[in-house]
Design a protein around this ligand. Structure first.
Ligand code: ADP
Length: 241
């Protein structure tokens, strides 16, 4: 943590948010013609697009599971998505994020319905400004719903973290860079089950409990935005109600 960087001004965060306030989120469903399901999501300055293909026969065949579908989430950050051009292609970080997102989604998709199949979830980050794994998973869930993939629930993700000894919701870029902890989670909002929980940095037990509570609250707000976006496409006159 760099103590020279001030992350609060007059009691407010650098972008004017309150401690329990999310960045602005916009979700558009079904933006790609060739994918079975798709979603474009803006979360603060993050921009993410997701394309879902399948269920289709898993290839190569040795990857098939005779009892259920495999879920292949592939998280990729575009070379132009960050300040310093990122070397294109997979790296350790994107492999890790792909793995944790695949596992989170596997727990809500009814994978037993599609033996030997694969469900492919391509997550492309076009602009990255902290919190892209949460943005990617949230958009992936909407794209899966758009593809008509049967799920127990529409999963959702959000992070909380710690900056200058305060627990806050949804870290922005400077907060992520200079803060002291980040706790991204994903849940199934219907059951409250935690599908993903990672932590970067240090939190006391009390701070952890507070951050987890805050991240869960954030998830429910994002979940409402997801549902509204899906209803806007499939029931355009319902006004998301
Ligand atoms: P998340 O995006 O889920 O918060 P991290 O905590 O790993 O994941 O990354 C935080 C932010 O750091 C990213 O959103 C992105 O803005 C930036 N970042 C990540 N990887 C790179 C990279 N290879 N080059 C430049 N910036 C990066």
């Amino acid at each position: 943590m760099n103590s020279d960087i001030k992350l609060f001004e007059n009691g407010k965060r650098l972008d004017g948010r309150k401690n329990d306030e999310l960045r602005k989120i916009k979700i558009e469903v079904g933006v790609l013609h060739r994918a079975e399901g798709s979603c474009y999501l803006e979360w603060g300055d993050n921009k993410v697009i997701v394309a879902v293909y399948g269920p289709r026969e898993a290839i190569p065949r040795h990857t098939q599971n005779p009892l259920r579908a495999i879920v292949n989430a592939k998280y990729n950050m575009a070379a132009f998505s960050v300040g310093d051009r990122k070397r294109p292609g997979p790296d350790r970080r994107s492999r890790e994020i792909s793995k944790v997102i695949s596992e989170a989604l596997e727990n809500v998709i009814l994978v037993e319905k599609f033996p030997r199949a694969s469900i492919d979830v391509n997550i492309e980050v076009l602009d990255a400004e902290a919190g892209t794994r949460c943005a990617g998973l949230t958009a992936a869930a909407v794209a899966l719903a758009d593809a008509g993939i049967p799920m127990k629930d529409i999963p959702v993700a959000c992070a909380a973290g710690k900056i200058e000894n305060q627990v806050v919701l949804d870290l922005g870029k400077e907060e992520d860079n200079y803060g002291s902890a980040d706790l991204p989670i994903a849940i199934s909002p219907r059951t409250g089950e935690i599908l993903l929980l990672q932590m970067d940095g240090h939190l006391t037990v009390e701070e952890f409990d507070k951050a987890l509570d805050l991240a869960i609250k954030g998830c429910y707000i994002v979940s409402d935005i997801q549902k509204k976006a899906i209803l806007e496409k499939y029931q355009p006159n319902s006004e998301g109600k």
